[in-house]
Design a protein around this ligand. Sequence first.
Ligand code: SF4
Length: 560
Amino acid sequence: MSLPDFSRQMPLFGVQNLLGAAFEPDDRFRLFAAIVYPRLVAARPALESCYCANNGRPGVEPVLMLGISLLQFMERVPDRQAMEMVKYHLGWRLALQLELDVAAPEASSLTYFRRRLLEHEQARLAFDTVLEGLRAAGLVSRKARQRLDSTHVLGAVAAMGSVECVRETLRLALRELEGVAGLSRPEFWDRLWERYVENKLDYRLEEKALAEKHLAAGRDLAALSAWLEGQGEAVREGKQAALVKRVLGEQFEVVEGVLGKRKDRPSNAVRNPNDPAMEWSTKGKTGTKGWVGSKAQIAETVEDGEREADEPTRSFLVAMETQAATGGEPAGMQQVLESEKASGQEAPPELFVDAGYVSAEALKDAAEEGRELVGPALGSSHQPAGFRTEDFQVDVGQRRAVCPAGQANATCTRVEGREGEAATYKFGWGGACASCPLKGQCVGNKKDHRTLEVGEHHAYLQDRRREQKTEAFQKKMNQRKAIEGTISELTRGYGLRRSRYRGLPKAALQNYLIGAACNAGRWIRRAAWRMRQAARAARAAARAVGAALRPEAPAAAIGG
Ligand code: SF4
């Protein structure tokens, strides 16, 4: 598809001149046209790379499509409704600088536009474009202090039980294989087709009956998997066929030649074969409050100084990253820092986080890179009750540790980590514990002396645990709190909590659009506030001039 012609010239009877005066100067659509739309126009060269310059029929103007995509997330409307707004809503026309005689595109063109952005690795274009505009307007510094947190995002698929997941895997694989031309089918084909394509299971069956159905589906899955092994790579590695072997391995195991249910599924196991990238994870204790989906890592700038009473936020999002639901916070933080680097944002001199991001390695990396990771370190796990790691004074470099009773360690052994893991150090107190009055608080029931194992960079954790008890640190941590409000704004105001699309790349695209919409909304609110502030100042100045020019009232009139 080729590019349509694009003109930056404003016609005399263009929408700006016809409609502009009908909207208040601080109207959000008018401000979108004035401050956001020019940035979208500036992004056209990047959009051009997604099109063939002179081949095929001209597509819908990409600047317009980017603008509609952004407005759609700002106003939180689906594709079809967005195009109706373009058609009927004068505010949308004004914001998008779309002339009145130009027809609204088809709703499906938004789907094709998003696909085009993904195919040409431009998923973050809207986010980066708005962020660059904020930097140009002096609202975001390249080296700003930041706060970071994550939130869960529900996938666009249902969370399936294990029986349903196996049966759906079989159904989708059979459907896919049915469409492969010239494939000779196995002898069990008709039986599987009838069971999994033509029939549905009643999931209200008793637990025992469901367990039998699960095992039967497992045996069918194993038969199909064995048959697929003998097929060509194109068939074997088909989108759904490839899941057959994976789901079989995740849910079943062969013990003494008999297929049975696995006791524990891997944490990143397929939960719904319609979108295998959506993983199951849990926020609290394992087994409670779980979700199937992905995770968003959100970083925003921290504002300096106090805000005025009616002043909108000065914080803006600088990263909006998507990771698998089972991805850890340290990996998410690394992703955020790399993403910021790619967008021209420098590493934050101070990054405020919660305890999930703080580890000895993360503190060490931050210190070596000249930035500060500000967050509390989790307390160590400890014996049934009693002294924890933080109750000991440890100096790994000197191989020395002093226990709460003031005894120095008797031994210290370096334990090499497995498969790239960092080495640890094991301290022991040997005979000193036998006569220690604190033994009851320190040594477990089945042991006769205390040992302590710490990581190579334990000193960073030890210092942080000491520092986080101070009032100054706790006051500093107040800077992190506002990220909770931002996450609430993103989920309630922009629909971050639920993916509209399937697959991680599309979920990431949605998150970037949400981030761009949030930043654009905050930018517009600040611009409107500045206008109101300027108007207030002008009125006050006019009153002062009027008062100065007024002749003094006669004393008699004042006194009556
Ligand atoms: S039990 Fe051993 S390690 Fe624990 S406080 Fe007493 S001497 Fe120290």
